[in-house]
Design a protein around this ligand. Structure first.
Ligand SMILES: Nc1ncnc2c1ncn2[C@@H]1O[C@H](COP(=O)(O)OP(=O)(O)O)[C@@H](O)[C@H]1O
Ligand SMILES: [Mg+2]
Length: 281
């Protein structure tokens, strides 16, 4: 018990420290580009994993999904870009509406949905080709082939991912020659090149060293002006540093949702308080 109290005061100190000097204010913008999730239920192998999820995920903000291991964070993220379709024996019911379209609608085309949702995985997944071709890959699939146009797209997106200066003289080298941190920025550039609406990250800095992690966090902070960003965060500290909006999940249910300010400083639910105090993880 004493240990929990110590943890609680430690986390309160960290929370207060991290929340200071952060830009705050989280009026949920009522726009068509928010992701609206209604009555989402997901079962895998007849296990009910996500239970009646109702949420609005705002555009132009960083939303962090937090909760203990196994609570359903990755499943929620996979439901948003329909990667859940690739999970054997998964059944999804409910609606996820983006830009007026139910992504689970009968006529919804998968490539089109995935294009709107750039996914950054836990480990960088560069394609076995050059730096240049990695960024151009999605554009070529979507029918852009002109050399001049591709050159411009490659440069712009490498700049947006803060990688251009490091690779501009070796664009035709293999992507595997890059460091892990650079590879993750390359994957971000590849995702951005197809003009997504949202960027999704599943513990996307967990394989990186602290400096590379901060680079990616800073990129997210910069990119939120143009995209909605949804991150499953592997550490509370990361959520404290960058979240505008927080979703706390426990055993497949949404326990608490709100601005980072509200959830971290004044959690309403006992489970959220315990989780934030480090009582379980
Ligand atoms: N491919 C799968 N097959 C079977 N069970 C799965 C699969 N993916 C996830 N689950 C189960 O769904 C639950 C939530 O998993 P997950 O979404 O990965 O949690 P988190 O990301 O919060 O750690 C867990 O009980 C996990 O075992
Ligand atoms: Mg996970």
């Amino acid at each position: 018990m004493e240990n929990t109290n110590n943890n609680a005061s430690f986390f309160n100190t960290v929370i207060n420290h991290q929340m200071q000097n952060r830009p705050v204010g989280d009026s949920m913008n009522d726009n068509d580009s928010n992701i609206q999730i209604s009555h989402l239920n997901v079962s895998i192998n007849n296990n009910h994993i996500l239970k009646d999820i109702n949420l609005v995920i705002p555009d132009n903000k960083i939303t962090c999904i937090i909760g203990p291991s196994g609570c359903g964070k990755s499943t929620l993220l996979k439901s948003i870009n329909r990667l859940i379709d690739d999970v054997d024996n998964s059944v999804v019911t409910g609606e996820i509406i983006l830009e007026g379209e139910n992504i689970y609608g009968k006529n919804t085309e998968l490539t089109h949905i995935r294009k709107k949702m750039g996914l950054l995985s836990q480990r960088p997944t560069p394609l076995p080709m050059s730096i240049y071709d990695n960024v151009a890959f999605g554009c070529r699939i979507h029918g852009i082939h002109g050399r001049k146009k591709l050159n411009a797209i490659v440069e712009e997106n490498l700049r947006n991912a803060d990688l251009w200066d490091e690779v501009k003289d070796r664009l035709h080298n293999s992507a595997s020659s890059l460091s892990v941190g650079q590879q993750q920025r390359l994957c971000l550039a590849r995702g951005l090149a197809v003009e997504p609406r949202f960027i999704l990250g599943d513990e996307s800095t967990s394989a990186l060293d602290p400096i590379s992690s901060r680079n990616i966090e800073n990129l997210f902070l910069r990119l939120k002006d143009k995209y909605g960003i949804v991150l499953v965060t592997h550490t509370l500290r990361q959520a404290l540093r960058i979240a505008d909006h927080v979703i706390f999940i426990y055993l497949g249910e949404i326990i608490e949702v709100g601005s980072a300010e509200e959830v971290f400083k004044n959690p309403q639910h006992e489970l959220t308080k315990q989780y934030l105090s480090g009582a379980f993880s």
